[in-house]
Design a protein. Structure first.
Length: 119
């Protein structure tokens, strides 16, 4: 089983819809992790520094990274316990590489024919 973990900076919510503007990247990550929850071959989890600080303290790699580089190293993506990305969220392509699960960017899909959906 593939284990994918995302350690995120402190924020009030993980969806990206709180505050004055919507964070499209967080919306995408939320959708992807919701989708991965239904994939039996992938164990995917997100850890937020605000709501789940124990996961940061209890993970030696994350704790070491944060001690060395500070909170700017977040978000950090672990694949089977190894750091594969830090400082920014993984892309859809990277998540596909990590898990073997293919995700489609609906925004790109809808724009291929001017939004008509004919593609």
């Amino acid at each position: 089983m593939t284990k994918l973990e995302l350690f995120e900076p402190a924020m009030c919510c993980s969806t990206g819809v709180c505050g004055p503007s919507v964070d499209e990247n967080l919306l995408m990550i939320t959708s992807v992790f919701e989708g991965l929850a239904n994939v039996s071959s992938v164990d995917a989890s997100r850890h937020n520094l605000t709501s789940d600080p124990d996961s940061f303290v209890n993970n030696e790699k994350i704790l070491t990274l944060m001690k060395e580089k500070g909170k700017d190293t977040l978000p950090v993506t672990l694949l089977n316990g190894e750091v594969v990305k830090s400082g920014e969220y993984p892309t859809l392509e990277e998540i596909t590489d990590y898990t073997g699960v293919v995700f489609v960017d609906q925004q790109q899909e809808s724009s291929c024919c001017g939004g008509s959906g004919c593609c």
